[in-house]
Design a protein around this ligand. Structure first.
Ligand code: NAD
Length: 525
């Protein structure tokens, strides 16, 4: 029998008292109240770091989602929320930021329990999340629309920013609350109502956020949460006519399905999908820093990062030295649970996901690539081995060894498919043009990096790369003020930055004639 997770127990958290008030799990937050799934279904959340039980939550069905959509629709149409001054909406977001900072330990514990990620990383995520709420809280009060000059003193022309309406927000499990914050904060700032569907494996921080929103003054019915698998309760968010917009972050296959569904009622769609992100390293780069960042790009959060630097594209002359250094350091990477102080990275989210990563590596092997290190799941026997810390039982959780695949060529699936695990492929180039062509040779276009000490070359390559974020001599940083999103099949639309707010707004042109006159054109004779 599974034991209770030691980091986070939702039944002892006052903030979720309504969820566990009786024997039924009530994790659906609809119209300001905690509710159970109509069919009484539940799901047990398991921590992938050690197999412990985190909590039992409701497993919603389409019926529950439609109930939440109707509440969001009625609340929007009632007009009271949309009439709330933007500055007041912004103040709610600023209070949420403070709430998260004040309760950072609780939020971080819940995030680590659900995902298995290192507690330290979850704490850093909470700082970023609070910053996102701060950013959109501040931006909200600066939304005054725009005045256009029609070129005539008798005419007035202005652009009003209005909310889109009811938003369906769908998020993944890898950065659970961070991805939620990038949608919920701008949706509220713009005056929308929403139904959030958090990934079924990681519901607890979204549940805590619902409490934080209510405490911070968000009126009932504006923000609603459903928990459950996409196949069970997700479809109405892209299909129901009462939803005006669907914003989705997740995999390419699901994203295409959502886009197809949404087309039926011409909903606005924002899609943040996968990535196969090139990390281009020229021979004149600062060697040690480039190696260090290549490891960080590939193995941070065990590669379960949409912008992971999963494709190393290194100049041929540097290849052997670079790969030797990478393998040496990779062999020392320690893996373990959230509070294991020696752990440098953690588990994968589920056994099912680890199976996918393993199948990806097996296929690379079959297609002739060389596995230089890793290439298998960790077992209890690894606990005291080179990747173990001696503290975390690597057989009790869902761990996979950091893996480097050399000799990858563009005819191999490993170069094109997203592994979303601790796996990096290595390709080579000899000219700048070849580096650019190789880095752009992917159906994705989320992020990429270039490493060189030649500023001109860095600028040329950065401009030529068809990816939504380019790092020059760095990897991974992002800012709430700067747009985030993908080219090509990494999605459409942008999160964060002013564009991240505009995604949730309609822009209405109001044209006023101060001196109306007849046209004297029709039917005068
Ligand atoms: P996923 O597509 O399996 O699931 C994402 C969400 O969609 C989950 O909440 C899931 O329940 C829901 N869903 C599934 N089917 C649905 C349906 N029919 N209708 C509505 N919702 C449905 O993705 P995942 O495995 O949770 O996340 C990993 C993927 O997310 C990776 O591809 C990663 O690159 C991507 N990702 C992208 C970004 C970005 O910013 N571009 C950020 C994080 C993750």
């Amino acid at each position: 029998m599974s034991t209770q997770n030691t980091l986070f127990d939702p039944t002892t958290t006052d903030y979720l008292a309504g969820v566990h008030a009786d024997a039924t799990a009530k994790s659906l937050f609809i119209n300001g109240r905690w509710e159970a799934a109509a069919n009484g279904e539940t799901r047990t959340i398991i921590c992938p770091a050690d197999g412990s039980t985190v909590g039992v939550v409701s497993e919603a069905s389409d019926e529950d989602t439609i109930r939440a959509i109707k509440v969001a629709r009625e609340t929007f149409d009632a007009g009271e929320w949309t009439a709330t001054p933007a500055m007041e909406r912004g103040k709610i977001l600023l209070r949420v930021a403070t709430f998260i900072r004040d309760n950072k330990e609780l939020f971080a514990a819940a995030e680590s329990a659900d995902t298995g990620k290192r507690y330290e990383e979850s704490e850093a995520d909470m700082d970023d999340i609070a910053n996102a709420f701060d950013y959109f809280g501040t931006l909200a009060s600066h939304q005054a629309g725009r005045v256009v000059d029609p070129g005539d003193p008798n005419l007035r022309s202005r652009i009003d920013a209005e909310p889109v309406g009811v938003c369906g927000l769908i998020t993944p499990w890898n950065y659970p609350l961070l991805q939620v914050s990038w949608k919920v904060a701008p949706a509220i700032a713009a005056g929308n109502t929403f139904v959030l569907k958090q990934a079924e494996l990681t519901p607890h921080t979204a549940m805590l956020l619902m409490h934080a929103l209510k405490e911070s003054g968000l009126p009932d019915g504006v923000g609603n949460l459903i928990t459950g698998a996409g196949a069970n309760c997700g479809n109405p968010l892209s299909q129901h006519p009462a939803v005006d917009m669907v914003s989705f972050t997740g995999g390419l296959v699901t994203g295409k399905l959502i886009a197809k569904n949404a087309a039926e009622t011409v909903k606005r769609t924002a899609l943040e999908l996968g990535g196969k992100n090139p990390n281009v390293i020229f021979a004149d780069a600062d060697f040690d820093v480039a190696v260090d960042n290549a490891l960080n790009g590939a193995f941070f959060h065990s590669g379960q990062v949409c912008s992971a630097g999963s494709r190393i594209i290194v100049e041929e002359s540097l290849h052997d030295k670079f790969i030797d250094a990478m393998v040496k350091r990779t062999n020392n990477i320690k893996i373990g649970g959230p509070t294991d102080e020696k752990a440098e990275t953690g588990p994968l989210i589920s056994v099912q996901h680890r199976d996918k990563v393993a199948a990806y590596v097996d296929k690379a092997r079959e297609q002739g690539a060389k596995i230089l290190t890793g290439g298998r799941a960790a077992t209890s026997e690894d606990t005291n081995g080179q990747h173990g810390t001696g503290t975390t039982d690597l057989g009790a959780g869902v761990y996979y060894l950091p893996t480097i695949i050399d000799g990858a060529t563009k005819d191999m699936d490993c170069v094109h498919d997203e592994a979303f695990g601790p796996v990096v492929t290595v390709e080579t180039f000899t000219t700048e043009a070849e580096a650019i062509a190789t880095a752009n040779d992917t159906e994705y276009g989320l992020a990429g990096a270039v490493w060189t000490s030649d500023a001109g070359k860095a600028e040329r390559v950065a401009r030529a790369l068809r990816h939504g974020t380019i790092w020059i001599n760095d990897f991974h940083p992002y800012l709430p003020q700067a747009e985030w999103g993908g080219y090509k099949q990494s999605g459409n639309g942008r999160e964060l930055g002013p564009t991240g707010l505009a995604e949730y707004q309609e822009h209405k042109h109001v044209y006023q004639n101060l001196s109306p006159a007849s046209w004297d054109q029709f039917g005068l004779s």
